[in-house]
Design a protein around this ligand. Structure first.
Ligand SMILES: Nc1ncnc2c1ncn2[C@@H]1O[C@H](COP(=O)(O)OP(=O)(O)OP(=O)(O)O)[C@@H](O)[C@H]1O
Length: 352
């Protein structure tokens, strides 16, 4: 069942169109990531959902209740929406316990018990209850911010780049903790992030924005395997793009004949492969090569993650194709080696 409906939301600042007719439906309990390049409208969308901005047109309905649109505008504090910001935005003069319990009535029965439960939920040691924010690490501060937002049992949680100030290891741990806590509490969440890897691993739905428009919306696996266009393909990870000629379910390209989805229009197109779909093997002398054949132009040794630049000469082209292919250090060929390139899975045909 749709829990949050974002229906044709638009917002401009003077001549700048920040959001252009955005439609997104979110299911209850799901985790959605909003990604896109700088200035694509991510923050504006989050601020409209939170109630800090008013859309020019369109409507916003949360669990059957209109929050914005059709002459209605519910103020931010009456929306039942929790927010965790990039810097945590904790109250510096309050203890951890009082930060977490900030929205709970001071003498409400069970207040202390609730704070203890929330601290356990976000894996904060009980001895930290009496500390103040400056006595905590960045990750601990974010846990307090999450606990404070959860204390009010929000129907929707907005996460505005909550991990961006943390270093890589802590970022991964926090991302997993937050995903687990949200799942356990059944809270629907929207994460805004610049980090595509974070979006793909955190969310069960990803919305890609570009220049105020929704380019694609769907599960991470679908977006990664079947991006709409070359920009989205490159944005969501490394992409190998090749010119190809499509006929039925085949693409003829520098790597030979590859399988593509059925039912596509015949003719010239750009196809995309992810690097992990390509396998390199050294062509043993005298054996008949399988797949495409190329010559190693350059190698970049990186231990378990090496990059091999392969040159493929084609009789039908004046210029050779160069492909960067990943392989592990134990299997890395030498410059000048003849190699076979085989492709696993289907190639994806891009829309542009
Ligand atoms: N208050 C404002 N006044 C004028 N223009 C604004 C305002 N807020 C946002 N914009 C413009 O709207 C567009 C979308 O901005 P927004 O902050 O939503 O993008 P974003 O995707 O969150 O960017 P970033 O990743 O850099 O945070 C940008 O062109 C921005 O300059």
């Amino acid at each position: 069942m749709t829990f949050l409906t974002i229906d044709a939301i638009s917002k401009s600042y003077g001549a700048t169109v920040a959001l252009d007719t955005i439609d997104i439906n979110l299911e209850a309990g799901g985790r959605t990531a909003i990604v896109g390049p700088s200035g694509s409208g991510k923050t504006t969308l989050l601020r409209i959902i939170a109630g800090f901005e008013t859309p020019d047109s369109g409507s916003l309905v949360l669990d059957g209740r209109t929050l914005a649109g059709n002459g209605i505008l519910v103020p931010a504090h009456k929306r039942g929406i929790g927010i965790v910001a990039q810097d945590g935005a904790l109250f510096p003069h309050l203890t951890v316990a009082d930060n977490i319990g900030f929205g709970l009535a001071k003498h409400a029965p069970g207040r202390d018990q609730r704070i203890t439960e929330l601290m356990e939920m976000v894996e904060l040691d009980a001895i930290m209850a009496a500390r103040r924010p400056h006595q905590l690490s960045g990750g601990q501060q974010q846990r307090v911010a999450l606990a404070r937002a959860l204390a009010l049992k929000p129907r929707l949680m907005l996460l505005d780049e909550p991990f961006s100030a943390l270093d890589t290891g802590l970022r991964d741990t926090m991302r997993r903790t937050v995903a687990r806590v949200l799942r356990a509490s059944g809270t629907t969440a929207i994460l805004v992030t610049h980090d595509q890897a974070e979006a793909l691993s955190f969310a069960d739905q990803v919305a890609v924005l570009r220049q105020g428009r929704l380019v694609q919306f769907g599960p991470p696996r679908v977006l990664y395997k079947k991006p709409h266009d070359r920009e989205t393909a490159a944005f969501l990870g490394e992409a190998i793009l090749l010119d190809a000629h499509i006929t039925a379910d085949r693409a003829t390209c520098a790597l030979g004949q590859l399988t593509v989805e059925r039912g596509l229009k015949a003719g010239q197109a750009t196809i995309m492969l992810r690097p992990e779909q390509l396998r390199l093997t050294t062509a043993a002398a005298g054996t008949r090569p399988e797949g495409a054949v190329g010559r190693v132009d350059d190698v970049e040794f990186g231990g378990g993650n090496c990059m091999v630049l392969v040159r493929i000469d084609r009789s039908d082209r004046a210029m050779p194709d160069f492909l960067s292919i990943k392989c592990v250090g134990s299997e890395i060929p030498e410059p000048g080696d003849l190699v076979n390139i085989s492709v696993h899975g289907t190639a994806h045909v891009l829309a542009d």
